[in-house]
Design a protein around this ligand. Sequence first.
Ligand code: ADP
Ligand code: MG
Length: 419
Amino acid sequence: MAAALGIDLGTTNSVVCVSDGSGVRVLPDGDGNLLIPSVVSFHPAGDVLVGHPARERRLLDARNTVYSVKRLIGRPFRSPEVTRAQERFPFELREGPTQGVLVAARGETYTLPEISAFVLREVRRIAEEHLGQGVARAVITVPANFNELQRSATKAAGRVAGLDVLRILNEPTAAALAYGYGKGSRERVAVFDLGGGTFDITILELAGTFLGGDDIDLLVAEKMADAFLEHHRFDPRQDPQAYERLRAASEWAKCQLSVEEEVQLRIEELAYGDGGASLDLTFGFKRSALERLARPLVGRAFDVCEDAMRVAGIRPTQLDNVILVGGSTRMPLVREMVAEYFGREPLSTIDPDLVVAHGAALQASALAPDRPSVAPKQLAKVALKKVSLADLKAKNARRQELREEAAAALPAQPAFQPP
Ligand code: ADP
Ligand code: MG
């Protein structure tokens, strides 16, 4: 039987890994991409596009292109998160029969587990194509602060995609496993996860908040919109499709500025002026300007860190290690601020957007070894305790008993190959 998969089902991107005799491998799609956008687009021809082709559809057909469902999965329609998302998302959300959320596109409605199942099915297809055999079992990761409803909705998505979900594993636990923690060591590690839509800090205890690369993109897009308005007397915020293009350009510029000091970009035909003349946007942007813009936002992550540290009763400098997770930790500014706050260089030898799937694959192979003839694997435990953000807020009321996370089993010496 084929090895079980480790799947990081992310808000922005998903990653699939396998851990077998040759170590941990990220399985790329046919074009060599390691990150599969968690985006599903319903094409007028009736096709359902997933991943990169779907992500491109955001720029052309925002109304029928669904993303970031992980923010909403397992939440009631009337929750504040869903209400806020309705204002922000260009696609339509409706109330389902049991107060759940439905996505409406091209005359059909879909539950959120159904949307996630499209992503998981694609991930599974990529893995099968790569491995040249069928795969039916997987470990899927979720944020540590997901509640039971969110976990079971994720599990349901796996089942709809035809997967036998061996375990729902916490993302920070997976990242810790990827770096070989969990051999019963008493080290205290922080997992600093700044992805596309959320920021999560885990230090034995954890808290999560909506803060991520998306928010930085919006700040940049606002700046571009202002520049465009000043220049052409047209506000691109009036047109959701134009704004979507600005947002995509902002994200591109932000990512470029992680490796370059300066970028120039030009968006043609962002709008049309008098007599149908095409209005273009030209925008030059320096890393220093991005950092000025992003610093207060990234700073909010450290407020959350402060709260988590207080609950844990330790100082940032007392930690033995800090693990970077999430694409946004590629920003030099984030790395600097993390190093300064924790007083040490964070661990980042495993790509921060792949590390969770790596750990999930190690867990999957421990739960379902694909070569049972080798010596039985020694089992160890990772115990990350957790408290939710709501608990943190209520910390004055009561210092609540920390819940032990389900102990995870893994090989004593995880075979691991950095990408
Ligand atoms: P998630 O866990 O939310 O699915 P990821 O860990 O893949 O997401 O992170 C996605 C975020 O990382 C996006 O906001 C993306 O713009 C950002 N990102 C990816 N690469 C870079 C980079 N080189 N510099 C800055 N941000 C980046
Ligand atoms: Mg993630």
